[in-house]
Design a protein around this ligand. Structure first.
Ligand code: SF4
Length: 124
């Protein structure tokens, strides 16, 4: 039995339109302009992942909302859980860029990191 999938590659801005066919022998991908597209399609079929970007709150009125992102990709079905968790995060000190706000967020093995230098806004 052959399963067919169509998707847009989101690895780079070119946005290739991919077609993937899964058979007992494996997954064959067409439409990709580079090997990263084939890897993306295979992962998308077997275990899709996404990065998360969002915000968390801080106790500092000068910067009450702080941007964060996952340090890597997390399973796609965990993204909503990560988003919900960020509602409960409250930073109580000045974080620098790349500092871990939540380690191993939602048990994904990936950290949630701060993407702004709070010290530039509120001091250290
Ligand atoms: S297949 Fe390659 S060139 Fe096409 S969107 Fe994906 S990463 Fe970009």
């Amino acid at each position: 039995m052959t399963e067919t999938f169509e998707m847009i590659c989101i690895v780079c801005p070119r946005g290739c339109r991919l077609k993937a066919e899964r058979t007992a022998d494996g997954i064959a991908v067409t439409g990709n302009k580079c090997p990263r597209g084939a890897k993306f399609a295979e992962e998308e079929i077997v275990a899709p992942k996404r990065s998360f970007t969002g915000t968390v709150r801080s106790v500092f009125p000068e910067m009450p909302v702080v941007p964060v992102r996952t340090a890597g990709e997390v399973p796609k079905d965990k993204v909503k859980e990560v988003a919900l968790l960020t509602r409960d995060v409250l930073l109580t000190r000045a974080y620098g860029v790349g500092e871990v706000a939540v380690d191993n967020v939602c048990g994904t093995g990936v950290d949630l990191i701060v993407t702004a230098d709070m010290r530039k806004v509120i001091g250290s």
